[in-house]
Design a protein around this ligand. Structure first.
Ligand SMILES: C[S@@+](CC[C@H](N)C(=O)[O-])C[C@H]1O[C@@H](n2cnc3c(N)ncnc32)[C@H](O)[C@@H]1O
Length: 452
């Protein structure tokens, strides 16, 4: 990394390589944006604390140029992960669809790091306005310089496109709520299992707005600290073989719980797990109304004896047992919850995201850092088949039970389909399947395949 000296001159300079990279990666007819129109700009009531004097300050930062989907930026010494690019892609695609359908897009990026996410929302999703906030004031120089290179701070009509602040995310949202300053999309890219942001985010989100939340708490989703998951998300989580899906369900369940206190209902548009971190990300749509009869918010059980899982609603508490008849061994069934037990993705929305990714040529761009976006979205669509239950079955679990070597994934999938079961890959585990076939039948089919 080379030291980067920020001066007045470097902040206002533009680079030709930047321009070329745009042309290469974006739609040539409409460089650098995903939506087809930018209709209106919103007035911004808040005070921007970006001051020219702070820009004119000369700062020495460790920095290097990065490019993500054609946008050039610098990270300085902010927290930045290349591996999170897919999570940012998904956010930008959802934001673009929102802008297309509603005509307006006002975003709060509550934990913006170096500002790449905000920048992508501004440029690629054509957000009318982005409020970029990060508690760390030392990132200011790098965030502002990234923005200044790409997006005017104010339109010719005097409407603000962006502001940068440095405050606690909850404080920003609480102040916005008090000023009745509402957002279409709030992105909270937090560390750990901090669910304290849900409540304040709901308060300053527009109805039918989007909330993009994150957890990086793999210990809790693995069932290794149930008291912690209970405190954060209201869910007592035990070890289960599909713990990374449980992590997504725990996050959505926590959001459902906090929303219902306010009389709101949230449903996931997509849910994404990435093993880097690990990171659990969910895009939620927030509407008025309660979840009907607590449908999709309940308990899941896993029987260690037979390997099958079930869901239980609240009125079935006390009656939880496995159909396999091994209940006499009280240790065989583990129960976690309450969690989100409904679909992880909205098929229609993810299909639209896929179409958009293909239009802007983001599909088919696998790298050694990130999974291919197209593959991911296609798998999410497959995973949303309503016939598929929650959880997934790792093929090494099947082989262990069947006492054979692991069957190839494709062959196992087509054998299950032939038997009339629903089956898909899982975006969470590469060597796992989602299926409505019971474990005992999976092991039987795997044994038969072995004998062919
Ligand atoms: C995961 S990083 C953000 C990365 C960034 N969103 C990206 O896509 O590159 C989390 C950021 O949250 C900031 N942060 C941590 N706690 C915060 C809080 N309570 N309020 C606001 N920002 C916070 C940290 O300074 C850090 O930059």
């Amino acid at each position: 990394m080379t030291p980067f000296l920020i001066t007045n001159t470097t902040l206002s300079s533009s680079s030709s390589s930047l321009y070329l990279s745009f042309l290469f990666l974006q739609n040539p007819k409409k460089p650098n944006c995903l939506t087809s129109h930018l209709t209106s700009h919103l007035n911004c009531s808040i005070q921007d604390n970006v001051s020219l004097s702070s820009l004119q300050q000369t700062l020495t930062l460790e920095s290097k140029n990065e490019i993500e989907r054609g946008l050039e930026f610098q990270t300085g010494d902010s927290f930045f992960r290349h591996e999170s690019a897919i999570g940012r892609d998904l956010g930008v695609l959802a934001a673009s669809l929102y802008k297309k359908s509603k005509g307006n897009l006002r975003i709060l990026d509550a934990m913006c790091g170096c500002g790449i996410r905000s920048l992508r929302y501004l440029v690629q999703a054509e957000a009318d306005f982005v409020w970029a906030n990060d508690a760390n004031e030392e990132y200011r120089g790098i965030i502002v310089s990234n923005f200044e290179k790409e997006v005017v701070r104010e339109t010719e009509k005097g409407k603000r496109r962006w502001v940068v602040t440095h405050s606690d995310a909850n404080r920003v949202m609480a102040e916005c709520y008090l000023k009745e300053d509402f957002f279409d999309l709030i992105d909270i890219d937090s560390f750990g299992s901090n669910s304290t942001f849900f409540r304040s985010a709901y308060d300053c989100l527009k109805f039918d707005g989007l909330l993009y939340v994150t957890s990086t708490d793999g210990y809790s989703s693995g069932g290794h600290r149930p008291q912690h998951s209970l405190a954060s998300y209201g869910a007592y989580v035990r070890p289960m073989p599909y713990s990374n899906e449980v992590g997504l369900r725990m996050l959505i369940g926590g959001a459902v719980r906090d929303a219902s206190v306010l009389g709101y209902r949230v449903t996931p548009l997509f849910s994404y797990y990435s093993y880097h971190g690990p990171v659990f990300r969910v895009m939620l749509r927030v509407i008025r109304g309660k979840l009907p009869e607590n449908k999709h918010y309940g308990f899941i059980s896993y029987c260690n004896k037979c390997g099958n899982s079930q869901t239980f609603l609240w009125d079935q508490l006390g009656k939880i047992c496995c159909h396999c008849g091994n209940e006499e061994d009280s240790h065989s069934t583990v129960v976690s919850g309450p969690l989100w037990t409904g679909p992880l993705h909205d098929t229609t929305y993810v299909t639209e995201m896929l179409n958009l990714a293909q239009q802007c040529r983001w599909a088919g761009t696998e790298s050694n850092i990130c999974m291919d976006l197209e593959k991911l979205l296609v798998t999410m669509i497959d995973e949303s088949d309503p016939k598929l239950p929650f959880g997934y079955i790792k093929l090494d679990q099947v082989s262990k039970r069947a006492k054979i070597s692991s069957p190839p994934l494709r062959i196992m999938m087509s054998a299950l389909k032939k038997e009339g079961y629903a089956v898909s890959r899982s975006h969470i585990e590469s060597n796992a399947i989602k299926t409505n076939c019971p474990m005992t039948m999976c092991t039987k089919i795997a044994k038969e395949l072995q004998q062919l």
